[in-house]
Design a binder for this molecule. Structure first.
Ligand code: PMV
Length: 331
């Protein structure tokens, strides 16, 4: 926790008054970016270089409850975490930002992910979003979604998008104080939209997204082209959602993800998140698509592949990719 972070949280909470309840509980969905966030303009306030656009995963996400306690405790999926474990320390560090506003209490945090843990779906996004929503309940602040999005952003950038359902746009903003960098929901539903998760490997990523982004921004010559590309991709994806042009959406999202991986690959030391199985599946998606099935892919900072397709093609996609876990974000 640094002074800049504390001041930011203080500013967001400035017009609230706390009315502490016994417990706060909330759910937040996980999300997958169709136009990725990659690169920070301010590491302390988690301010991104580019805006991003995601789809939230409906009922898949994190449920968290929080209450005041004698000591800090974090229980994840039924097991109490060692206070020195990296996740517990990250949660404690995040909660430190809010303790002064509540009379310096300790907290018990009970958190459950219903996302298959090995699926490579960002759990920090839904985790920090659910924690902020639960904290808002506990404290009785009654913050608006914009403020909640900015507070979730302080835990993990992509968490700023997980306080909303459906298609979500996170504005990079341009102010140095971080008050114009928040997400909002786009007013479109697309019930036929499907995401397929190809679980290729459950191993932890060798370099987390925070370090990976910093390394890319500092050392990759290709990164220079990323902000403009992401900006153009975001407009195309937003338009494709508005006009339900799935081909444009899929093509743009796939190229956006692969462009992000190109910037990673050209960093030094190189960041190679893809595994042999990932490459094999990328080839397979291209093959299946050239045979006429409308299917695209996206990949985050990890080896797992997510497929994008529409309900009409669900049966054929499942036949081509056995073991696919299909997510219906609007169910
Ligand atoms: O929010 P973070 O620090 O977990 O970074 C997310 C980075 C990507 O998943 C690769 C892209 C994104 O926009 O979610």
């Amino acid at each position: 926790m640094d002074d800049i972070q504390s001041q930011f949280v203080e500013k967001i909470l400035a017009n609230t008054s706390a009315a502490l309840k016994t417990t706060g509980e909330a759910f937040a969905p996980s999300n997958i970016a169709l136009c990725k966030y990659w690169g920070k303009r301010d590491a302390s306030l988690n301010l991104p270089i580019n805006s991003s656009l995601s789809i939230s995963l409906g009922k898949l996400g994190t449920r968290t409850s929080i209450r005041v306690s004698d000591v800090d405790r974090v229980v994840l999926n039924g097991a109490e975490l060692d206070a020195e474990s990296s996740f517990a320390l990250r949660v404690q560090g995040f909660l430190n930002l809010f303790r002064p506003a509540l009379g310096d209490p300790c907290f018990e945090v009970i958190t459950e992910n219903n996302i298959p843990t090995a699926a490579g779906l960002a759990s920090s996004a839904s985790g920090f979003a659910a924690l902020v929503l639960a904290l808002d309940q506990l404290a009785g602040w009654n913050l608006g979604r914009r403020e909640l999005s900015m507070l979730a952003r302080m835990g993990s950038g992509s968490a700023s998008r997980s306080v909303f359902e459906g298609f979500v746009l996170w504005h990079a903003g341009c102010l140095t104080d971080g008050t114009d960098s928040y997400a909002h929901r786009l007013d479109y539903e697309w019930p036929e939209f499907r995401i397929g998760v190809l679980e290729l490997t459950a191993s932890a990523k060798p370099v987390g997204s925070r370090d990976g982004m910093n390394r890319t921004v500092e050392t990759s010559a290709l990164y220079e082209s990323w902000p403009a590309q992401a900006g153009a991709d975001l407009v195309a994806i937003r338009d494709s959602i508005a006009s339900r042009d799935f081909r444009l959406l899929g093509k743009t999202a796939e190229r956006n993800a692969l462009s992000m991986h190109a910037t990673m690959l050209s960093a030094w030391p190189p960041l190679l998140y893809l595994m042999p199985e990932s490459i094999e599946q990328i080839h397979k998606v291209q093959r299946v698509r050239s045979n006429g099935l409308e299917i695209y892919l996206t990949i985050d900072a990890g080896p797992n592949i997510k497929l994008l397709f529409l309900a009409d093609n669900e049966q054929d996609v499942c036949a081509a990719f056995p073991n696919l876990q299909v997510i219906r974000p609007f169910d």
